[in-house]
Ligand binder design. Structure first.
Ligand SMILES: [Ca+2]
Length: 89
């Protein structure tokens, strides 16, 4: 399986939706976004859906290089997705 999201792709595997199979999140520079590939297969034999770019509240993720009150969104960065289980269940 070949997945091509663009330049400087940085992958991260995690059970994003909590269904017990790992999805693939990829930060990439072409659009400076994070692509999510859902997995309908298994961890040993993944079947990834076409990607969607992650959003929160209808807004894509960007790095803010200024203040919260006066944000300047950097759209030319290498996004590095990392997933943490903050509840640690
Ligand atoms: Ca999953």
């Amino acid at each position: 399986m070949i997945l091509d999201v663009g330049d400087y792709a940085i992958p991260c595997g995690a059970d994003w939706n909590g269904y017990g199979r790992k999805e693939l999140l990829v930060g990439y520079q072409t659009a400076s976004k994070v692509a999510l590939y859902l997995n309908s297969g298994s961890d040993a034999n993944p079947a990834f859906t076409p990607s969607v770019n992650l959003q929160a509240g209808g807004v894509y993720f960007y790095r803010n290089t200024n203040t919260d009150a006066n944000p300047i969104l950097d759209t030319w960065v290498h996004l590095t997705p990392q997933i943490w289980d903050v509840t640690q269940y």
